[in-house]
Design a protein around this ligand. Structure first.
Ligand SMILES: CC(=O)SCCNC(=O)CCNC(=O)[C@H](O)C(C)(C)COP(=O)(O)OP(=O)(O)OC[C@H]1O[C@@H](n2cnc3c(N)ncnc32)[C@H](O)[C@@H]1OP(=O)(O)O
Length: 424
């Protein structure tokens, strides 16, 4: 670190534009230890930003020896995400990084504050992100809202149970992924609308999903899709690649599954039969899998599926009363919530929630609270996957009225697992 790199708390946060984005990318790349150089990063990122715009990239700039230097950046893409209550606009926060010599001086805090204010001003009620580290975003009001898994199974143990559902009208077709794109788009759109945490995927995100540069394959073959079709059209697909390997005792190739979607149960059977029984393979790896994926139930021996659970989406209520009032509820509940929110002060206050499966109303109130909690905990609980009871047991919220937290959990609960499945 040179003397002139030494940080002074004099940065300002502002927007950027297409021309300046390369400088922001340099900071983000360095902070995130990205192996690519800036031109390669730009080649990857430009198509997304050209479609999404550059105006939501915010940068922190410092004046160093008379030169304005970018020392931090954040961005958000706008997604339509399936939430309890239906599809909603969500700010997908991403591209967060601070120049290594300027860390721990509040640069990120300034960026987060400005970003939340901008998201709120745009009328977007939610933000979500994939965190590089779980210790960063709780203070900014994000809660861990979704768990998903990566998984693998050894081919000899991967047989499906004999009563797995079958439909003789379904057929299987294998091809290069790009060639089958319209089938994938059709299935994905239907499946995404039905699954909490999924986002609608416009064309530029499909380009990203199907990107298949030989230099990025790391020894794997080209990206393939296997599509299941029925009389009405496509009903399932898996996107995958393979790697060939030979051991002294025989073939030991791997199938790498990037993503799978299906809209009818029998499609899962055909997709899994295809993936789990490719000749010359010994192992099948799934990059992202919902915790309630059908494979767990379809396997003859479910214990052979090795799964590692991780937190995926961190979720934030940018507008607490708005978000709570447009959600659906599994059971009637009435509760007064005292909410703290350091980074979105418009949420702080006492809110009366009256909700039932028929609808919900949220109003500011002077009544005594039943529960006091931070907005981050409401973000964690919002998708119905993370009970508040655990936070109460840990002493991280206060229950003033006995039973209030259990009643809130019963109302917020969703039986289906949320799943995002692709890092943005
Ligand atoms: C959605 C995404 O893009 S995830 C990617 C996030 N980026 C990275 O991980 C890249 C590498 N890291 C960085 O660039 C930076 O260290 C950042 C962005 C994580 C933090 O930036 P900073 O400017 O140092 O954060 P800032 O000084 O505002 O710190 C705010 C608070 O977060 C804490 N904090 C910051 N980074 C971390 C961390 N990695 N782990 C734990 N705590 C952290 C600070 O201690 C501080 O705590 P306080 O509020 O109790 O005082």
């Amino acid at each position: 670190m040179t003397t002139s790199d030494s940080p002074r708390a004099e940065w300002t946060v502002r927007g950027t534009d297409r021309d300046e984005y390369a400088r922001a990318a340099r900071v983000i790349g360095e902070a995130l230890l990205v192996a690519e150089d800036v031109p390669a990063m730009l080649e990857r990122m430009r198509p997304i930003h050209d479609a999404e715009g550059y105006e939501r990239v915010r940068v922190a700039v410092d004046d160093i020896d008379g030169e304005e230097r970018i020392v931090g950046a954040t961005n958000d893409f706008r997604f339509e995400m399936t939430l309890p209550g239906g599809p909603r606009r969500v700010a997908g926060v991403t591209g967060v990084g601070v120049w290594p010599t300027h860390r721990r001086r509040g640069v990120l805090s300034s960026l987060m504050r400005r970003q939340l204010a901008d998201i709120h001003a745009a009328g977007v009620r939610y933000a979500a992100l994939w965190a590089s580290e779980g210790a960063i975003y709780g203070r900014f009001g994000y809660g861990p809202a979704v768990a998903e898994t990566e998984a693998h199974i050894a081919r000899p143990h991967a047989a499906l149970r004999p009563d797995a559902p079958r439909d003789p009208e379904l057929t299987v077709r294998l091809g290069y992924a790009a060639e089958l794109r319209s089938d994938l788009e059709q299935v994905y759109a239907e499946a995404a609308a039905a699954r909490l945490g999924q986002v609608a995927r416009p064309g530029h995100w499909w380009d990203r999903t199907l990107r298949d540069k030989p230099e990025h394959r790391e020894g794997r073959g080209p990206k393939h899709a296997v599509v299941v079709r029925g009389p009405q059209g496509p009903v399932g697909y898996a996107l995958y690649s393979t790697r060939s390997k030979w051991e002294s005792d025989g073939p030991a190739g791997t199938v790498y599954v990037q993503e799978m979607r299906a809209t009818v149960p029998a499609a899962w059977t055909l997709l899994y039969e295809h993936l789990l029984d490719r000749d010359l393979t010994a192992r099948i790896e799934f990059e992202f899998m919902p915790v309630d994926d059908p494979l767990v139930h379809l396997l003859g021996n479910r214990d052979r599926l090795v799964r590692e659970v991780f937190n995926s989406l961190w979720f934030r209520l940018v507008d607490v009363p708005g978000a709570l009032s447009e959600r659906t509820y599994a059971a009637p509940v009435e509760a007064v919530l005292a909410v703290t929110d350091r980074y979105a002060p418009w949420n702080a206050g006492t809110w009366s929630l009256k909700a039932s499966p028929e609808g919900a109303r949220v109003e500011a109130t002077d009544a005594a609270p039943d529960v006091s909690l931070d907005a981050a905990l409401l973000g964690a609980a919002y998708l119905g996957q993370t009970p508040l009871t655990g936070y109460a047991a840990a002493g991280l919220l206060t229950e003033h009225t006995p039973g209030a937290v259990a009643r809130l959990d019963a109302a917020l609960h969703r039986p289906d697992a949320a799943f995002n499945g692709s890092i943005f």
